[in-house]
Design a protein around this ligand. Sequence first.
Ligand code: ATP
Ligand code: MG
Length: 325
Amino acid sequence: MTRLSGITPSGPTHVGNYLGAVRRWTREGGPDDLYFVSDLHGMTTPYHPQKLRSRTRELLAILIAAGIEPDTVFVQSDLLHQLGPLTWVLECSCAFGEAARMTQFKEKSADRTHEGTPVRVGLFTYPVLMAADILLQGADEVPVGDDQAQHVELARVLARRFNSTYGDALVVPRAVTPPAGARIKDLTDPTRKMDKSARDAAGVLFVLDEPDLLRRKVKRAVTDSLGRLEYRPDHQPGLANLLEILAACQGKSPREVVAGYSSYGEVKDAVAEAVVEELRPLRERTSELLADPAELDRIRALGGERAAERGGHRLSTVLRLAGVG
Ligand code: ATP
Ligand code: MG
């Protein structure tokens, strides 16, 4: 049983990505699970090429440093030679109306229009590329949030359609809901989730931030003026968020951790130290990897080759059945 998870290098990795996704992958993942850095998905909206490249490297280093097995991780663009042809075959099996129905496209294209920047065709076809990501690796399950469930559904439809039209070649994947974990919120606006692509970094704890910067960001976190030390996400979202971060670092529940403190200041000190300590080994190992580009390249090539081996046979079958190549 193979589960496939991707993460886009759309910005520096934050503690929400780590506690909510990467750390779980290392703890709860099965031996056949696969992970990839979806750099191609980062091209669907305006981006800087050098930043995309360096963030891709950095994210790969973070995944390896976090403990994900090197031969189970790859960089999406390293498979461009296979993803390109498969995406084309799938685009030629996908109805325009099916792609046009994707709600994420509607939202994101509305954002672009609002900003006055052109909507890229790649933003429109990206769910088909995502289908190719999934189908090329033959993933059985794709853990995704609500925002991506529709894309996995499209991958299912396209796989079934290919199999019934041209012949059996593709594993029909299922979207699965990842185990509910705390959604870490932005420290300066606890009504919004912590986000890689947030405009203002003051409320975002990046995993590679220096300890002192992490401490400063936590000290400035928005709380409230009630002075009540309780875990009440609806009434005290800022404090609740801090307690959730602390709880995730300590492997406890927010209600358990709150009992030990008598002021917001104490909670913040505890959060700052817990985050600094939680991230210290990750930051150190990531810096070591980034300081040894040859080693990181070797790891990257290994993961890319493994992924291409898994995909190569399936792609040849698809092309043969589709009457091309
Ligand atoms: P973007 O702004 O580009 O969407 P993001 O921070 O939302 O960036 P994603 O690449 O969308 O990150 O998600 C990567 C993984 O991190 C997903 O599994 C997602 O559920 C998880 N994740 C993202 N943000 C949080 C958060 N604030 N708390 C917990 N998990 C999160
Ligand atoms: Mg996101």
